[in-house]
Design a protein around this ligand. Structure first.
Ligand SMILES: Cc1cc2nc3c(=O)[nH]c(=O)nc-3n(C[C@H](O)[C@H](O)[C@H](O)COP(=O)(O)OP(=O)(O)OC[C@H]3O[C@@H](n4cnc5c(N)ncnc54)[C@H](O)[C@@H]3O)c2cc1C
Length: 263
């Protein structure tokens, strides 16, 4: 890598897990002290032929861990991910020294229920929340989770896209404060799947009702595909959620025809 100006560390990949052909989990040594709160994102980049390309990635690891972890989807025509997907353990990339983002747990509003809704890689900041709360709960050294409860609904087209299903299922089996439901929207492609089916947008009312979640006591967090975010925001607002009780992290802009209501 030609240069690494002061704003960046040279991060190094320490582990790579390929979840599917176009999804991978990268763990890296950030290359220097890197502070963040669960839910924030890092800016990763690569420089090729003097051209630097940087993108935002939600951090899936907990601040309690030494390594930074990311759940990345390959966008075949994208500017960064095709090169990012060539990286293997030992390879370097740029990581901005400062984490950013406000998509952190809402511990100020007084609402103690946290409803986490995601598509595919949008689970990353929620993995960071849950790992962090789980650590606090096990160590007993922090007031979290106290009377806080966390409810996670994760959608994907296919079973192979979940990435963190086993880990989150384990937390849900052990922690009374955590509920987790994974749903596949193309069950005909996943004949052995015995779990929930349908898109998160279609299941949202069923689960808010079933879990007894009310707008005045629940903060909703929407992360991932912009269309899912738009649909779920509408459903929640019609159910009484106020704007300030819905936090959003869209991974890319809605295409113009989708924003206009097209296919
Ligand atoms: C705050 C934040 C956090 C993010 N966290 C993650 C994360 O944890 N994991 C992750 O994989 N991505 C994440 N992203 C998206 C990431 O920043 C890149 O946009 C993405 O990896 C594509 O980069 P690229 O350079 O390959 O494609 P680009 O050159 O940026 O995009 C090419 C085209 O594809 C569209 N596009 C971008 N991403 C997708 C997608 N996933 N599906 C379909 N179309 C897409 C773009 O709108 C554009 O039209 C995050 C984005 C933001 C703003």
């Amino acid at each position: 890598m030609a240069r690494s100006p002061d704003k960046h560390y040279r991060a190094r990949i320490i582990d790579r897990r390929d979840v599917s052909q176009d999804l991978c989990i990268l763990r890296m040594d950030p290359g220097g002290p890197f502070e963040y709160r669960a839910g924030q994102y890092a800016t990763l980049g690569l420089e090729r032929d003097g051209v630097r390309t940087e993108r935002a990635y939600s951090i899936a690891s907990s601040p309690y861990e030494d390594a930074l972890e990311f759940f990345v989807e390959l966008v075949p025509q994208g500017g960064l991910t095709p090169t990012l997907f060539e990286l293997k353990p030992g390879d370097e990339l740029l990581c901005r020294k400062i984490a950013k983002g406000r998509f952190t747990l809402d511990l100020r509003s007084g609402r103690t229920n946290h409803l986490l809704i995601s598509t595919v890689t949008g689970i990353a900041p929620f993995v960071s929340y849950v790992r962090t709360i789980y650590h606090d709960w096990k160590s007993g050294s922090s007031p979290m989770p106290g009377d806080h409860r966390v409810f996670c609904l994760q959608g994907a087209s296919h079973l192979v896209e979940f990435g963190y299903r086993e880990e989150l299922t384990r937390y849900a089996a052990e922690a009374p404060w955590f509920k987790y439901v994974a749903t596949v929207s193309r069950p005909w492609d996943n004949p052995n799947w015995k779990g929930e089916t349908g898109r998160v947008d279609d299941l949202l009312r069923k689960y808010t009702d079933g879990w007894g979640l009310r707008p005045d006591t629940t903060t909703a967090y929407l992360c991932g595909h912009p269309k899912m975010i738009e649909n779920c925001r509408g459903i929640l607002e019609r159910a009484g959620w106020k704007k300030d009780a819905i936090l959003e992290e869209a991974y890319f802009p809605l295409a113009i025809k989708e924003a206009a209501g097209g296919a």
